[in-house]
Design a protein around this ligand. Structure first.
Ligand SMILES: NC(=O)c1ccc[n+]([C@@H]2O[C@H](COP(=O)([O-])OP(=O)(O)OC[C@H]3O[C@@H](n4cnc5c(N)ncnc54)[C@H](OP(=O)(O)O)[C@@H]3O)[C@@H](O)[C@H]2O)c1
Length: 242
């Protein structure tokens, strides 16, 4: 078993995921770039290695069970454990929109990646996380998953009309709470992170926050001390209402 702390970040080829990998690498973790496109994953790892980070790549398409199984088997063989899992990969599907206009296909695609992919990846990695002394799981969520915020007509969140995305992230919040409860006696802490609106392909390039600022919220949760919080949705300013 490797002595280095290892961290898997799904969807780490760009955006916030790549920044989470960079920041965990700067903290001394061996970062495993989860990439559905291996060539792009290798390019990201090369970039991080050039900055002095210990980066590896694994092919990981979160909607493909064979890919998830193979990734877990590879991490088991190389590391024998996993200290941090960051479930970052997500999409806003084509055809997502207001409730009255969202296609069934868009809903299916949103849930397939953002919820089912996240749960399948987590379950495949759980034996490895249990092998680590104090593993941390971080699920990327959103302020758009706060029913309190979206339900407030004066909140900007009530104006963002993407049913598949918003509701799939609400499901991510429930996964977070239920898994935190399930793992409460294990020392594994499970939290959801709202990175805030960051300038990425998903967030739009005129968004107010940098991917690095968004990543910092997840990295803090990935490196919580013992007895840190579990089963909460955190933003930079603190815990968000459900
Ligand atoms: N940006 C924001 O303002 C914002 C706000 C709140 C929450 N978030 C959350 O933060 C996380 C990262 O967002 P981002 O803005 O960095 O998004 P992004 O730039 O679109 O990057 C998404 C990453 O996920 C990967 N991905 C998508 N589907 C995948 C799949 N089926 N299997 C494996 N990887 C997959 C993408 O890979 P490819 O490059 O191959 O497509 C990419 O690496 C997401 O969970 C998002 O919901 C973002």
């Amino acid at each position: 078993m490797s002595n280095h702390k290892s961290a898997l970040v799904t969807g780490a080829t760009k955006g916030i995921g790549r920044e989470i990998a960079r920041q965990l690498g700067d903290l001394g973790y061996t970062v495993i770039i989860g990439a559905r496109d291996l060539a792009r994953g290798e390019a990201t790892a090369k970039e991080l290695i050039a900055e002095g980070i210990d980066a590896e790549v694994v092919r990981l398409e979160v909607t493909d069970d064979d890919s998830i199984r193979a990734a877990a088997a590879w991490i088991d063989e190389v590391h024998g454990r996993l200290d941090v899992l960051v479930n970052n990969a997500a999409i806003i599907a084509d055809g997502d929109g207001p409730v009255s206009e969202t296609s069934a296909e868009a809903l299916r695609a949103s849930y397939q990646t953002n919820v089912i992919g996240l749960v399948s990846t987590t379950n495949a990695m759980l034996p490895l996380l249990r092998n680590a002394p104090a593993a941390r799981i971080v699920n990327l969520s959103s302020e758009l998953a706060s029913l309190t915020r979206v339900g407030d007509p004066d909140s900007e969140m009530s104006t963002i009309l993407t049913l598949g995305y918003n509701s799939s992230k609400v499901a991510v919040n429930m996964v977070t709470v239920m898994l935190a409860n399930e793992l409460r006696d294990t020392g594994i802490l499970v939290n959801a992170a709202d990175p805030g609106n960051c300038a990425t392909d998903m967030g739009g390039w005129d968004a107010p926050r940098t991917p690095a600022q968004g990543a910092a919220v997840a990295v803090r949760l990935a490196t919580l001390p013992p007895n840190g919080p579990t089963g909460r949705l955190h933003a930079e300013e603190g815990v968000l209402p459900w």
